[in-house]
Design a protein around this ligand. Structure first.
Ligand code: GDP
Length: 199
């Protein structure tokens, strides 16, 4: 079933995050979306919502630095879009700030049920993706790996990539997704709903 997404909150700073974590918004069960800058996260969110310009698709990657919270209707949970990591042009201080914000969210969000980790199907596993994967697998949270831009890969390469990530993350094979063809969209909606609501 399609998702109707409503942007509830946009968080830039640790101070805003702390206030938000104590407020009502974060009492709703939620699943976070993490991934490298340019992995296709905005495209995926827009596709799930059936809308073109909900999350900004970046011509300049690395622009979105905020945590964006979307209420998902009619399912009644929340998707938390985390700022993309690994954008090379960012300063060290900015990267440190990013890290603190994300870690604080991942550790302290009371109703966070799982994290979907988006990985680019076209490229070899990158160090920062593996680092994020390791951080998440060591946490208490269920992890849903998703390979994005699957339309850009041949069947054989998709399978190879799935296998690689299965071994690295010690998880089920990643879901395949394409915002261009819609491949995997329904499976992804179902998986996110199930993780958030246990239904
Ligand atoms: P974000 O930085 O993770 O939010 O990435 P964006 O959604 O802005 O996408 C980055 C670039 O990859 C854009 O040029 C998108 O058009 C392209 N892209 C994203 N998803 C797909 C996909 O499923 N297939 C293809 N072929 N291109 C994609």
């Amino acid at each position: 079933m399609a998702f109707h997404l409503h942007l509830l909150d946009t968080i830039y700073t640790q101070q805003q995050l702390r206030a938000a974590l104590e407020g009502e918004v974060f009492q709703t069960p939620h699943v976070a979306l993490a991934g490298r800058s340019n992995v296709g996260k905005s495209t995926l969110i827009n596709h799930l919502a059936g809308r073109k310009a909900l999350a900004k698709i970046s011509a300049t990657p690395g622009k979105t630095r905020s945590i964006n919270c979307y209420r998902v209707e009619p399912q009644g949970f929340m998707l938390v879009d985390l700022p993309g990591y690994g954008y090379a042009k960012r300063s060290k201080a900015e990267r440190e700030q990013w890290k603190r914000l994300i870690e604080e969210f991942l550790v302290n969000s009371p109703e966070l049920k799982a994290v979907a980790l988006l990985l680019d199907c076209r490229i070899e596993p990158q160090a920062n993706d593996q680092e994020m994967g390791a951080f998440l697998t060591q946490s208490r949270l269920p992890l849903l790996p998703v390979l994005t831009k699957a339309d850009k890969c041949k069947q054989r390469d998709r399978s190879h990539r799935q296998k690689q990530w299965m071994e690295i993350l010690r998880q089920n094979p990643p879901l395949l997704f394409s915002g261009t063809t819609g491949l995997g969209a329904e499976a992804l909606r179902e998986a996110l709903t199930k993780l958030a609501l246990g239904a």
